[in-house]
Ligand binder design. Sequence first.
Ligand code: ZN
Length: 294
Amino acid sequence: MKDYIVKATAYEGKVLAMGVLSTQTVQKAKEIHNLTPTTCAALGRSLTAVAMMRSMMKGGKDKVTLVIKGDGPIGNIIAVSNYLGIVKGYVGNHTVDLPLSRKGKLDVGRAVGKKGYLTVIKDIGLKEPYIGTVELQTGEIGEDIAYYFYASEQVPSAVGLGVLVGKEGNVLASGGFIIQLLPNIEEEVVSKLEESLKNISSVTELLKQEYLPEDILKHILGEKEVNILEKLDLKYECDCSQERFETAIIALGKKEIEKLIAEGQPVEAVCHFCGKKHLISEERLKELLRIAEK
Ligand SMILES: [Zn+2]
């Protein structure tokens, strides 16, 4: 089944909910980056979250980047959605492979670390992007993002993310939800939802039972309450290009380009997000120098 995001409301529009199936997206990330089960779960949760965060933004050209910098062995995690329904990302160290946690789960918290920061960068076409940073709470990513929404955007939220990895290291299922309480919501509804969230098993457990995004939302919010607004396709895709790389070279300026030419070798850069190699010949460097001189 193809990956997708659903957007929904509930309780007369006072609850906003997103659900996502991201199995193929996370499997692609696993293949590109050669991820271990632990790093696959960490990047997979981040990609799943950023896909939903982008779907909450209104403008067609809006961009969102999630940066998680903990003190654990995985290093930085970057997840980006520059287009609706398209994500990409990478981790600092893809080889981290930890034993399962005491609860028998992939130990994302230990890989990320408990000390550090989570930053969300939202570019909505204004002069400066909106940047919100919070301290990590658990390093499990879901709770950290929920805390970000609460502390930085003042929106009480529940976030659930899960990646189920099989024995061969492939992604069997991946998905998640974000539930947000909008202002003026009745206290009664809040207590009901809190109770419901307490009782649900983990997202991974629901995915194991083949719950789809709509099913997860109905399971939490109540069968009759969920009003699906939209369904969007989701995939992993990198938007890097030779042109963008050349633009970055030009931006280095005349002196730096002259240095590169003096080295007498083509310049090679590997894209962090997709592993693609971009090569610029000496000839092309000389042309870029002329552009930079203008
Ligand atoms: Zn790329």
